[in-house]
Design a protein around this ligand. Structure first.
Ligand code: SF4
Length: 233
């Protein structure tokens, strides 16, 4: 089987690129590394911010999230957005993203947001600038952060989707479909039918991701046993 192509926040893999000069080593990211073709990314370092660096504040203005670095008084929204768009467009076909929670760039969830750019008036939780661009462009593959994946069921769904999407890329939709159709017919019969009729591998993968969301945990566990390395559970 082809290794899944997984985009990972660099700090989760032990790179000391965080604002405080530290890493955010994550057990699942490190365990996944040998089983995946990993593409590391640190958006803040990529736009030229040093390590260590002043904290970035995510704030909301005129209906959109923006990023500002109070220490340098730099507005970073546009640079982060442009980097994200260029980076995402340059990617080969990928099977998933594992990003760092709480970050003003990578946070899929639990990123603190503020009403002002100096970060004095707390507003609530939001999503980082890079993560927002990822979610907008990749609604058909799993995008998670390490915090959300602490939940066993979510982790199972993430791993199963990741390895099945890679499997479909590896062996082509017809061969792959013969291996998974029996799991899908019961819980996602309409999607299963559309998958059989789909014209391209990308259309097939989009339908596969939707169909997997409909599977109950027990069936997912069975399908995972076939496709996901047991070392990851
Ligand atoms: S969370 Fe993202 S931007 Fe922050 S250090 Fe990690 S990879 Fe870099």
């Amino acid at each position: 089987m082809l290794k899944p192509r997984l985009v990972v926040s660099s700090c989760l893999l032990g790179e000391k690129v965080r604002y405080d000069g530290k890493d955010a080593r994550n057990e699942l990211a490190l365990r996944l590394e040998p089983f995946c073709e990993v593409i590391k990314v640190c958006p803040e370092v990529a736009i030229g911010l040093g390590v260590p660096r002043g904290k970035i504040v995510l704030y909301r203005e005129e209906g959109e999230y923006r990023a500002f670095q109070p220490q340098s008084q730099r507005e970073l929204t546009q640079e982060l957005r442009s980097f994200a768009k260029d980076f995402l467009e340059s990617l080969p076909p990928v099977d998933g993203f594992l990003l760092k929670s709480k970050s003003p760039s990578c946070g899929v969830t639990r990123t603190k947001t503020y009403r002002d750019r100096e970060g004095k008036e707390y507003r609530g939780f939001g999503r980082g600038i890079f993560a927002s661009e990822v979610m907008e462009s990749f609604s058909y593959i799993p995008v998670e952060d390490e915090l959300r994946l602490r939940k066993p069921e979510r982790r199972l769904r993430f791993l199963t989707s990741l390895f099945l999407l890679a499997g479909a890329r590896a062996i082509g939709k017809d061969r792959f479909h013969r291996r998974v159709s029996e799991f899908l017919i019961t819980f996602a019969p309409r999607l299963e039918k559309r998958m059989r009729a789909s014209g391209s591998i990308e259309d097939y993968r989009k339908l596969l991701f939707r169909a997997l969301r409909k599977l109950p945990t027990g069936s997912l566990g069975m399908i995972a046993k076939e496709f996901v390395p047991s070392e990851l559970f």
